[in-house]
Ligand binder design. Structure first.
Ligand code: PRX
Length: 653
């Protein structure tokens, strides 16, 4: 057996700084520093050059155009995401390559391998099914599917006919589904009867049925993943497999305008109402394709595994579109990393010879807790590169991932980005480096970003500020919030004006320009890598009629990064009890889903308020974090703080 390629070397002068080896540089798509300066000198030219690598029905007339809240890329170009994901590879004789490997959760079920040609057929047929249900270009289609290949088929089919999809995470509650379906104005929903999670059958259809109540959804397509006994509503519900049987395989990809909406994806903002982030077709395609290729060093024959759910942006871009546009194999895993035991991830890597693993720091921290013996049992030597995403990674988790999973040879690409940015924005490149724990790296070539103070001046290396993106904006950056351009303007372009996108993330940079993301500066949390607003949890709890007042703040958590903690004031005459606590947890699960459940519910008699009656969340946050509370003399009820100190066992002063 030949020696495995060593991908990284330790910088002898600096602790925990790693660089690519010469061999790695030879293999990587980019290995020369000059790429940064070159792209920075003319970012528009940079993106336009790489856009040429994709298939366009018609080349664009103009690369980039800026107007406040209306920036555009590849103007006049005609393109299709599904064509670039499928047809393009088949045309050059790669139809028999495996596009998807699906690993079902039950270990007695065989994994499924779907080639590019097979996927093309499935997608074309399902695109025709959608058409037969009356879906036309521009119509929004809801997708509420678990981690099964049909999720990719459904998204690709929508992309093929230019019907923007709106995927809703399958663990979200019926209420969350309903809000999103109504906001998107979807008339068709694609769901499944259920799926497997930790050995149990989860009844998804029941949630879908409840979620479509009161929406404009007229047809529900149901994928049969379980035994097919789910009740079907006549005239509304249709089985996927029955519709597919009679569907034609002939469905040429629609020639879409580069700026046509490709999908909506709802994400948490600072208010209780999630926002529908709009993504385009051409710009999104180009940045998804190029970042997948360069960041994960995708080459022919690679087996790429992004462990995110398709319900999040990471799943959209790096399970579906990014890897498929690059013609590699993308792995989809249905289940939980602890089923049937803690070795499941590592067994999947060994079995399918995964070459790149892309996961979240939360998962890594969980693996550490489960013990080194689990990964040690498996052959992980197929891995060449590791990625992380979703939240800041701590040094210990980084080093464990590097040594125990990557065997000390795989670079870790720490990618910072957001639902709004559509694709990776800041990270080191595998052929250039450096790879430093807790440091994401430099902005991807062609992304112009800096760390600004609140007045808009770039901060000095080492100082904290806000990471900000400058026009020419990267091509995948969102073009708006569906149906609410005012909110779009206020959220992203009011701080620094229309030519600078405000990310809501704090950051610092070093002398070389490497960026460390320090976390959100607004009331958005990252709970186990899931984005959640404190206001969402508050409005969910407020729906319980026993609740008089509620305030939710985030608290650091060893495994999950951050967790919500709820302060609840019950209505007069109601005494706190374990039962009520459970009931409130149930309310959150009903309104948001299990991902929104507070780590702790603290019953209180009063919450600190300003003289105008606003709850001082800053004080509550300090209390649960044992941080200095600061000035409370202006409070309406300063005594409440002493009481709360006792209740939470405050150790901060
Ligand atoms: O705070 C940042 C954090 O996740 C937020 C975006 O969440 P979402 O839209 O759900 O997208 C997650 C996947 C892209 C950001 O505002 N975040 C994302 N990646 C990182 C990160 N924080 C630190 N390091 C990262 N690599």
């Amino acid at each position: 057996m030949s020696e495995p390629i060593k991908w990284v070397k330790k910088d002898p002068a600096k602790e925990n700084v790693f660089w690519p080896t010469e061999e790695m540089k030879k293999q990587a798509w980019v290995a020369d520093e000059s790429i940064y300066a070159e792209a920075k000198a003319d970012p528009v030219k940079f993106w336009a050059q790489h856009a040429e690598e994709l298939h366009w029905f018609k080349r664009w007339d103009k690369d980039y155009e800026f107007a406040p809240l209306a920036y555009k890329w590849f103007i006049g170009g005609k393109i299709n995401l599904s064509y670039n994901s499928l047809d393009r590879h088949i045309e050059v004789g790669n139809g028999d390559k495996v596009a998807l490997i699906w690993e079902p959760e039950p270990t007695d079920e065989e994994p499924l391998k779907i080639t590019y040609s097979q996927l093309h057929t499935l997608v074309s047929k399902f695109a025709n099914v959608l058409k037969s249900l009356g879906v036309k270009k521009g119509d929004r289609v809801g997708i509420y599917l678990p981690m099964i290949p049909e999720a990719v088929v459904a998204m690709q089919a929508c992309a093929r006919i230019g019907a923007p999809h709106s995927v809703v995470f399958s663990a979200f509650s019926p209420d969350s589904l309903r809000d999103r379906l109504i906001d998107a104005g979807a008339k068709v929903l694609i769901t499944a009867d259920g799926y497997y999670r930790r050995g149990k059958q989860i009844n998804l259809k029941k949630n879908a049925d409840a979620g479509v109540e009161g929406t404009g959804v007229e047809k529900v397509v149901v994928v049969k993943r379980l035994d097919g006994s789910a009740p079907m509503t006549p005239g509304r519900d249709l089985w996927y497999h029955e519709l597919m049987e009679g569907a034609s395989e002939d469905c040429p990809a629609e020639e879409l305008d580069a700026e046509d909406l490709s999908f909506l994806l709802y994400t948490s903002g600072t208010t209780g109402k999630p926002k529908g982030i709009m993504h385009t077709t051409g710009g999104y395609a180009v940045q998804s394709y190029l970042t997948a290729k360069w960041n994960f060093d995708l080459h022919e024959g690679d087996i790429f595994w992004c462990t995110a759910d398709v319900g999040w942006i990471t799943g959209h871009t790096y399970i579906n579109y990014g890897p498929l546009m690059n013609g590699v194999t993308s792995v989809i895993f249905e289940g939980s990393p602890d089923f049937p035991d803690y070795g499941r991830f590592w067994s999947i890597i060994e079995k399918h010879k995964v070459t790149q693993l892309y996961t979240a720091p939360t998962a890594i921290r969980m693996f550490i807790k489960w013990g080194d013996e689990w990964p040690a049992k498996y052959d992980l030597s197929s891995l060449r590169l590791l990625g992380t995403v979703g939240e800041p990674i701590n040094v210990d988790a980084w080093l464990w991932y590097f040594e125990r999973i990557g065997g000390g040879r795989c670079p870790i690409i720490d990618t910072w980005w957001q639902t709004e940015t559509g694709a990776n924005m800041v990270n080191s490149l595998p052929g250039i480096g450096p790879f430093i724990p807790t440091v994401a790296g430099r902005p991807f070539p062609g992304v112009i970003a800096d760390i600004l103070d609140s007045g808009g001046t770039p901060v000095k290396p080492g100082d904290g500020g806000y990471i900000t993106i400058f026009s020419p904006f990267p091509p995948a950056l969102t073009r708006g919030i569906y149906g609410d351009m005012e909110r779009f303007k206020n959220q992203y372009f009011s701080d620094y004006g229309p030519e600078r996108y405000f990310t809501s993330d704090g950051a610092r940079k070093d002398e070389m320009g490497n960026i460390r993301i320090t976390g959100r500066v607004d009331d958005v949390m990252n709970v186990a890598g899931h984005r959640l607003a404190t206001a969402e949890v508050e409005s969910a709890l407020a729906q319980n009629d026993k609740v008089s007042e509620v305030a939710v703040v985030s608290r650091p958590h060893e495994l999950k990064g951050e967790v919500p903690v709820a302060f609840v004031l019950l209505k007069a005459g109601i005494t706190p009890s374990e039962e009520i606590r459970k009931e409130l947890m149930g309310t959150v699960t009903k309104v948001i889903g299990p991902t929104g459940r507070p780590d702790e519910i603290i019953f209180v008699e009063d919450v600190p308020k300003t003289r105008s009656g606003k709850i001082m969340r800053r004080v509550l946050k300090a209390l649960v974090r044992n941080e200095p509370i600061g000035d409370i003399t202006t409070l309406q009820n300063p005594d409440s703080v002493d009481h709360l100190k006792e209740v939470v066992g405050y150790k901060g002063e």
